[in-house]
Write a protein that binds this ligand. Structure first.
Ligand SMILES: [Zn+2]
Length: 105
């Protein structure tokens, strides 16, 4: 029943893993010869660190959702156990809690 979402999540997961890996690579290749580029570089570094952090958070959620699919809990709120609104799942297949609980946290 959630095959479509599983497919979406797996694609998203691959995309994110690639993005995080790329950001990590550019972060470790940051040594520039030009002194005047250092300010820009520092800014880029912050962007990259943020990108990695966000990407990893999202990956965590995706992995959780996939695990919930395997255990048959997908589509149920992890906080209150109620069914998650299908529209919410469609817009955000990695959602693990219902809109009410999401608002609370
Ligand atoms: Zn809930």
């Amino acid at each position: 029943m959630y095959q479509e979402y599983r497919h979406q999540l797996e694609e998203l997961k691959q995309e994110l893993e690639l993005r995080v890996a790329k950001a990590r690579t550019s972060l470790s290749n940051k040594h520039s010869a030009d002194w005047s580029e250092q300010a820009i570089e520092r800014e880029n570094e912050e962007v990259l660190v943020e990108l990695i952090r966000e990407g990893e958070q999202e990956l965590e959620q995706i992995k959780k959702s996939l695990a919930r699919m395997n255990s048959g809990e997908y589509g149920l709120c992890s906080d209150c156990g109620d069914a998650i609104n299908p529209e919410r799942l469609q817009a955000m297949p990695m959602a693990t809690n219902c809109i009410q609980c999401a608002k609370k946290s």
